[in-house]
Design a protein around this ligand. Structure first.
Ligand code: PSU
Ligand code: MN
Length: 302
């Protein structure tokens, strides 16, 4: 175990016993959802992982260490905290060195998972290429992390607030396998079908685990993006969201929102304009991803 990882008792026990683990991010708690839904969801996601036979490891930087697995008090403190740093690859070291508290994005959670020896990670959506990136250059570090850190990330595709064709192009350039689960289309977070074909399709957790193990056997750096469609009962049709996303985008530009602020701003805007429907869908898809990730983690064990 790396010195900078501080595992909870549950996570330490699971690692020692060789039990399957699933890493979970914390930016979705601090920046992705409002209180108290963030706390309720974080708890429910951990429980979904346990029910599916794996051990959850929610990652966060606290007191100069990377906590792998948060006890109930630490989880609640994080969910209530304001002004928590949003940590990606660029900021995790400075946050650790200063002893401040930070929440991990997909990129930082992948780094933490690798250090902890955890190969599977569940989240909602990954960061990607933002619309207007040809002007703003806003491309999430999540994509580059997928190219270099060997963790399988289960997400519901990428959010429709991003430029999905460009996101898929960058992932292809970086050599990241993008695997749609049980369908040919690349899912678009709140919707099952983005209208774009996914580069790869696999239908079972066992097949996804086998592909992960094969990359390891080949010594290929980088992970896999598993794009798991939102359950049908919870999806919001892309056509319903399209005009709202355009509005949100215009508002972000008008208000000069940039950098790390863009994703949280757009999510909050959509939550308000759909009266919480995007949040409800987000919760359902994260739970669905947590269950699949647990099955993949189990299938990776001999
Ligand atoms: N998807 C969500 N909520 C979130 C995020 C994604 O539904 O809060 C977070 C993830 O932590 C992801 C990050 O890694 O947004 C991407 O941020 P950026 O685009 O600034 O790289
Ligand atoms: Mn960005």
């Amino acid at each position: 175990m790396h010195d900078l990882i501080a595992p909870s008792a549950e996570v330490a026990g699971a690692l020692a016993a060789g039990r399957p683990l699933v890493a979970l991010e914390s930016t979705i708690i601090t920046h992705g959802m409002p209180f108290p839904q963030n706390l309720e969801t974080a708890r429910a996601v951990e429980e979904a992982v346990r029910e599916a036979g794996a051990v959850p490891a929610t990652m966060a930087v606290i007191g100069g260490r990377i906590r792998a697995g948060l006890d109930p008090d630490a989880l609640e403190e994080l969910a209530r905290a304001k002004d928590v740093a949003k940590l990606s690859r660029a900021d995790i070291a400075a946050c650790l060195a200063s002893g401040r508290t930070g929440a991990t994005t997909v990129a930082a959670t992948m780094i933490a998972a690798r250090l902890a020896g955890i190969e599977v990670f569940a989240t909602g959506g990954i960061g990607g290429v933002h619309r207007g990136a040809e002007q703003s250059f806003d491309i999430s570090a999540d994509l580059h992390e997928l190219a270099q850190t060997p963790v399988t990330v289960v997400a519901a595709g990428a959010k429709a607030i991003l430029d999905l064709p460009k996101t898929l192009e960058v992932l292809e350039t970086l050599g990241v396998p993008v695997i749609a689960v049980g369908q040919d289309a690349f899912p678009a977070f709140w919707s099952q079908d983005s209208g774009l074909a996914a580069p790869l399709r696999l239908d079972t957790a066992g097949e996804i685990a086998a592909a992960h193990a094969m990359r390891r056997a080949l010594g290929l750096p980088g992970g896999q993006l598993v794009a798991n469609p939102i359950p049908a009962a919870h999806e919001i049709p892309a056509a319903t969201l399209a005009p709202l996303i355009a509005e949100a985008q215009a508002a972000a530009e008008a208000q000069g929102v940039s950098g790390k602020g863009v994703t949280p701003f757009l999510l909050q805007w959509l939550l308000e304009r759909t009266k919480g429907r995007t949040l409800e869908a987000n919760i359902a898809l994260v739970l669905n991803n947590a269950r699949l990730a647990a099955h993949i983690a189990r299938a990776l064990k001999p």
